[in-house]
Design a protein around this ligand. Structure first.
Ligand SMILES: *Cc1c(COP(=O)(O)O)cnc(C)c1O
Length: 371
């Protein structure tokens, strides 16, 4: 049996009629830049998330940059975030001229350890960016409480968690600004690059919308130094076709995760989702010693896996100038050696999940026998 990691082809085949028609409609109108589908999508995404405003943009990375620019964060400022995330989170902090300040993660959820944030706050701190990793919102109440004490805005990096719940609220609508990504393999993906910024602050929303269009107000009147970060109309059309199916896809991902956990929980450390939130399972990541040997076994069995992420950000070459070293964030460092993401998407069959779980167990047994 050969298992597909993200099943993007199967996804397209399932929605082909709707997606083809949506793309044809855009081609027929030729409004490729900021066509009517873009605004419609923003309205639907805002309604879905519960946030008052949604500003679509060209990627999750650009969404983070827009959020930082909107808050006037730049040279001399510090922004607190997780060292255990995709590079874009800290990369955009650095790109606007600010300094990423890392805080170690919780060993169960792999999200930022809220109890460590206070120690990282200085007079230079201008924002906190928790990452809702693998699809589960970070401890947003905890983060917001610390932020409130210091009068700081919070940007949720919700690139992996659009649609997840924290108590009764949805990810992207849990703090000052929420940023998500529609990269094809994210839980809600388009068929190219795409992203969105969410806020319920009217002034921020207006500024982000302007920043996305080169800081433009009236045509060719530029109020801010902005960026070119529009979402293509074609991508908005794909997302409009897919959005109605998204709640069902979330349920399918949750069912797949539940089945994995049932089959594997006594063999490896399976993901922990807190009782007051849900995950949309951007990744289903197990944790074990001997990760690389198991990964090798699974490749031979026809099962693709991924490692999110093999090197924490404080140990990346590009961040050497920050002066961090090995041992500074021991939990992130340990998890990066032991984490392994299994195939996860809304189209996995029960037989496939059972097959993957069987091979995981076999791989662990073989490794022990070889010792
Ligand atoms: C994917 C991702 C991003 C970047 O999104 P793109 O759309 O690929 O630019 C940022 N942060 C996290 C946590 C991500 O997983």
């Amino acid at each position: 049996m050969k298992v597909d990691y993200a099943n993007l082809q199967q996804q397209y085949q399932k929605y082909k009629k709707e997606i083809d028609a949506a793309l044809q409609a855009v081609l027929g109108e030729s409004k490729y830049i900021m066509g009517p589908q873009v605004k419609t999508l923003e309205e639907r995404l805002a309604a879905f998330s519960g946030a008052s405003y949604c500003i679509s943009c060209s990627s999750g990375t650009d969404a983070l940059e827009l959020a930082l620019l909107a808050l006037d964060i730049g040279a001399g400022d510090e922004v607190i975030t997780s060292p255990f995330t995709f590079i874009a989170t800290a990369e955009m902090i650095a790109h606007v001229g600010a300094r990423p300040v890392f805080v170690d993660i919780d060993p169960d959820t792999y999200n930022m350890d809220t109890s460590r944030i206070r120690d990282a706050v200085t007079t230079q701190t201008r924002a906190i960016i928790p990452v809702s990793l693998y699809g589960q919102p970070a401890d947003m109440d905890g983060v917001n409480a610390v932020a409130e004490d210091y009068g700081l805005p919070v940007i949720e990096d919700a690139a992996q968690s659009f649609g997840a719940l924290f108590r009764d609220n949805m990810s992207c609508n849990l703090s000052t600004i929420g940023c998500t990504s529609f990269f094809p393999a994210k839980p809600l993906g388009c068929y190219g690059d795409g992203g969105a910024v969410f806020t319920s602050d009217q002034k921020l929303a207006g500024k982000i919308a302007s920043l996305r269009l080169h800081g433009q107000g009236e045509r060719y009147q530029h109020n801010y130094l902005g960026v070119g970060a529009r979402m293509d109309t074609l991508q908005a059309a794909v997302l409009l076709a897919k959005l109605p199916h998204y709640p069902d896809e979330i349920h399918r991902r949750q069912a797949a995760a539940q089945r994995y956990t049932k089959l594997l929980h006594d063999k490896v450390k399976t993901p922990a989702v807190k009782g007051d939130r849900t995950s949309v399972w951007a990744q289903y990541s197990i944790r074990l010693k001997g990760r690389d040997a198991l990964r090798e076994h699974l490749i031979h069995a026809g099962i693709p896996t991924a490692v999110h992420y093999p090197r924490p950000l404080h140990l990346q070459a590009c961040f050497q100038y920050l002066g961090y070293g090995p041992g500074d964030f021991p939990v992130a460092e340990q998890v990066s050696k032991e984490i392994l993401s299994l195939p996860m998407n809304a189209f996995l069959t029960e037989a496939e999940i059972d097959f993957v779980a069987r091979e995981v167990k076999k791989g662990i047994r073989n490794k022990r026998a070889n010792k």
